[in-house]
Design a protein around this ligand. Sequence first.
Ligand code: NDP
Ligand code: MG
Length: 385
Amino acid sequence: MKDVYLLGATGSIGKQTIEILRENKNAFSLKAVSCFSNIELLKKIIKEFKPKYACVGNIKDKEDLEKEFSDIICFSDEEGLLDLVTSGGDGGLLVNAIVGIAGLMPTVKAIEHKRDILLANKETLVTAGKIIKDLVKKNNVKLIPIDSEHSAIFQCLLNSKNEDVESIIITASGGSFRDKTREALESVTLEDALCHPNWSMGKKITIDSATMVNKGLEVIEAHYLFDISYDKIRTILHKESIIHSMVEFVDKSIIAQLGNPDMRIPIQYALFYPERKNFFNIKSLNFLEVKNLSFQELSFKRFPCLELAYFCGREEGIMPVVYNASNEAAVKLFLEKKIKFIEIEEIISKAVKSADNILNPSLDVILETDKLVKENIYNMYEVKR
Ligand code: NDP
Ligand code: MG
């Protein structure tokens, strides 16, 4: 029986993780859960799974939880999230399904408490990839990706040597606006942007898919996760989302991982790794129904945020932090309908071009950079308005 700490239990990945835990109550015990503001759903989860610890986004909701559940220990805010992650002895699994850099410090603390990390929160590796990899090694814990592309690459790389890898090929669905020209992007709305053709996900990642920032974050995530140079990371548009990614080896043999687009597959794989299970009768991929698998170039001209990600990744230091922070701020403004879709990439590009790099940043420098970049963007926006 493994203890599970589930951060972001009320989100898209969190809810699908709960589905899997529900079917496997004899294998996993949900020990700790968190949400930000969806307290009603969190209460349902607590009633069903009876965890020992829970964390919410603010003190008022914490008090509300304490009144209703006198037998669990409740925390709130950022600090509380760290208390949640460090409570209850060492070991077990942490599923990090929080969105944004808010997921970084909980990952750090969980590794220090020898918990294996099942990572959906790509922002953790984008902002502090080297620090996280070093901590994982030092504390001898597992780091297993949940992101579908990285789960695919992880599986393709099983039993292979790093020097045998020629390249990894990350596929992209193209997001909501894949068939639109750059000119047409001028007039798209928030509602249009939130309609992803293949996946149902949280709002931020859906917007990130439309700007191709998601693929950019995934390139940086892959660089750290698989210890592979940016020159060997390729991206390709694959509209069907059937091939989740591929690895080409030096002998030019390519191994790919395929399946219907269903995030329960990589979540389940991470939870049970190295075993394989299927509790949902997830449909087999029917090649005759799929008929065609298509591939197109992912042009940097059409998707400049992807090129910026390669640039920031190669620069290292705080540049990936600047890329991520400016994107988080811009997406927040877009979700609040304060800027146009096309302004997201303008904001990221400006932030990246005006940043002075700092190499080998500490966690403090990373968090401070994140804060400054976001503050700058919000201030700029206020002035403009
Ligand atoms: P959602 O927005 O659906 O869920 C986010 C979760 O995090 C919710 O439980 C939310 O709580 C909580 N949360 C939000 N903000 C904070 C904060 N500041 N502090 C603490 N908790 C917070 O996101 P997704 O599930 O779509 O994505 C989660 C992560 O997984 C992201 O990094 C994303 O890139 C990655 N990912 C997602 C995929 C998907 O299919 N959705 C696929 C691959 C990767 P509340 O509900 O109360 O607001
Ligand atoms: Mg992905």
